[in-house]
Design a protein. Structure first.
Length: 576
């Protein structure tokens, strides 16, 4: 990971402000006897187990001790570091460079030997972790059904089997007697699957408890240039439409607007390993455009592990988040450090950001098959390719009039030919809010059956009712789901380059595609031909000649871009 000089010198020049920074982070309400996660209900604490009052007392004591340690030098005569600032630096390096807990313990033992007597450095990682834990930056472990059917939290926290699939909550080698598990009289067995949830409310409160960030949370209202140019989500029509429908929410610029992003990835960096971890991130759009998408501003909401992605069952894991979002829509008590006043903090979820497959999981609309387009819905113009064995989507010329009216878009379509006339149909279909939400709210589970019959029924256009519709404002959001352009651009670029270079792997100009053109009766000059009893493909005008290919590849081989702009593409080019 590339780091800037300012990151490596964190807190070195601001030792005098460290105590104030930690005081801001802890807030004016250090955890009391009634709460540990600063306002989060007991359902998020201890995975549904009984709340320990003594634990809250110990948390408050650790917080006071942490504040006192801000004034204690690292060792007698040290003026640059206190015990707390030194630990924070070590923790920062551990996170940046992926140090293991064992390596940090070895480092702490070595530092205790090297530093003079009387230093305040913990001897183990466990001691250092206990000291830093007073900042209350933890997460909650919530047991889940291994088949993604339910979470063991809230009223279901003490159950030992799934209500849906009846599978055990515990791993097969750790099953214990039901009575022992309920009363907690024995060692807790290892759960079959565990989701990590990071409570949202205390993190949003902390943004205002810090005087460094509370003022930036009003930038979208007080610091934004309002000249009609789109530089920030606040300049968009979706933001403006939300403000007009909910003027009481828009009246306080401190109310937080959030975006949600999620996708699966393999944390083990090998494509052959069967594993898919799904992190869910929240983006606070109140901040400046150059700050809201920074890594330090992103809020990790939950981590969903598993050998496969949760698919449509991702809503099961979003239950804790939706519960907090509903609470934040009503409002929670918070403190604004920059204004030195208490206020009611509210937050809303504006939209999601994902690739097209994840679009289906989050929205409930299937992005596969005959009606894959969520905008055109049942009016999607699709055709099954006999040889390619997939659907293709037609009717692109329906958008001609709309594209011509967009400023800055150069329309390149020529005069419509006879066959293209069937694509000249109505363009964008805007579904009425109430009509669309009625289709979702009246949704019933699908049954296996003939695809043709299913398509003819409105309710079967949806694979599920998205849990986002539990939010009272979600149905009125103008733009509920956004597509991650990076994914689309990468895939389109790969296909275009592979087709131009006529690659055997990665190109789309293959025999099946040519036969589909012949079956559709278009582009006759590209149809497969017969020569000496053998079938061959005519040369296409878009395929690069050998000399043109050499020029193209030599440019990529010698291409230089600004640092951080792109990966080193020259490593992917072999001129030989």
């Amino acid at each position: 990971m590339r780091t800037s000089p300012s990151i490596c010198t964190l807190s070195q020049d601001n030792e005098a402000d460290l105590r104030d920074l930690i005081t801001d982070a802890l807030g004016i309400n250090i955890p009391t006897l009634n709460e540990t996660f600063d306002g989060v209900s007991s359902e998020f604490q201890n995975n549904g187990r009984e709340y320990d009052v003594n634990e809250a007392q110990r948390t408050a004591e650790r917080a006071n001790t942490l504040l006192d340690d801000c004034d204690i030098p690292l060792y007698p005569g040290c003026v640059k570091f206190s015990c707390v600032s030194f630990l924070l630096r070590l923790y920062h390096f551990k996170a940046l460079f992926g140090w293991s807990a064992k390596s940090l313990t070895c480092l702490l033992e070595f530092l205790n030997e090297a530093f003079p007597d009387g230093n305040t450095i913990p001897t183990t990682y466990y001691e250092a972790k206990n000291k830093i834990s007073a900042l209350n930056l933890g997460y909650v472990k919530i047991d889940a059904c291994p088949n993604d059917c339910m979470l063991y939290w809230g009223d279901a926290s003490k159950k030992i089997s799934c209500d849906v699939c009846k599978s055990s909550r515990w791993q097969s080698s750790n099953k214990l007697d039901a009575n022992e598990q309920v009363d907690g009289s024995c060692r807790r067995p290892k759960p079959a699957k565990v989701s990590r949830y990071f409570p949202l409310i205390p993190r949003l409160k902390r943004l205002f408890q810090s005087s460094k960030t509370s003022q930036s949370m009003r930038w979208h209202k007080e610091g934004r240039t309002k000249d009609g140019i789109l530089r920030h989500p606040a300049d968009g029509s979706a933001w403006d439409a939300f403000d007009k429908r909910f003027p009481d929410f828009a009246s306080d610029p401190r109310n937080v607007r959030l975006g949600l992003a999620s996708d699966g990835f393999n944390p083990f960096r090998t494509m052959s390993t069967s594993h898919s971890t799904w992190p869910v991130l929240l983006i606070p759009y109140n901040l400046e455009p150059w700050a809201c998408m920074k890594q330090s501003s992103l809020i990790l909401s939950m981590v969903i592990p598993g050998e496969k992605g949760p698919g449509n069952d991702i809503d099961v894991y979003k239950q804790p988040l939706i519960k907090e979002l509903k609470q934040l829509w009503t409002g929670v008590d918070a403190f604004d450090s920059s204004a030195s006043e208490s206020f009611t903090l509210r937050a809303c979820l504006l939209w999601t950001i994902n690739d097209f497959p994840a679009y289906a999981n989050l929205s409930g609309w299937s992005t596969k098959g005959r009606v894959a387009c969520p905008i055109c819905a049942e009016k999607t113009k699709s055709r099954w390719l006999q040889y390619g064995r997939k659907f293709c989507y037609m009717g692109h010329r329906r958008w001609e009039d709309i594209l011509r009216n967009i400023e800055g878009v150069n329309f390149i379509y020529g005069k419509a030919r006879k066959r293209d006339r069937e694509e000249l149909d109505e363009g964008l279909i805007e579904l009425d809010v109430d009509e669309g939400c009625d289709l979702v709210n009246n949704f019933e589970e699908l049954v296996e059956g003939d695809e043709t019959n299913l398509i003819n029924q409105d309710k079967t256009l949806w694979k599920k009712r998205s849990i986002f519709f539990d939010l009272p404002y979600w149905r009125y959001n103008l733009l509920r789901h956004n597509l991650d352009v990076m994914h689309i651009e990468k895939n389109v670029c790969d296909n275009i380059v592979g087709t131009l270079l006529n690659l055997s792997h990665g190109g789309k100009d293959i025999i099946k595609a040519r036969k589909d053109l012949q079956d559709m009766g278009i582009r006759s000059y590209l149809h497969p031909k017969m020569r000496n009893g053998k079938e061959y493909l005519p040369q296409a005008c878009y395929t690069l000649a050998p000399k043109e290919r050499d020029i193209f590849l030599s440019i990529l081989k010698n291409l230089k871009v600004p640092d951080g702009y792109a990966s080193n593409i020259s490593r992917c080019v072999n001129l030989k």
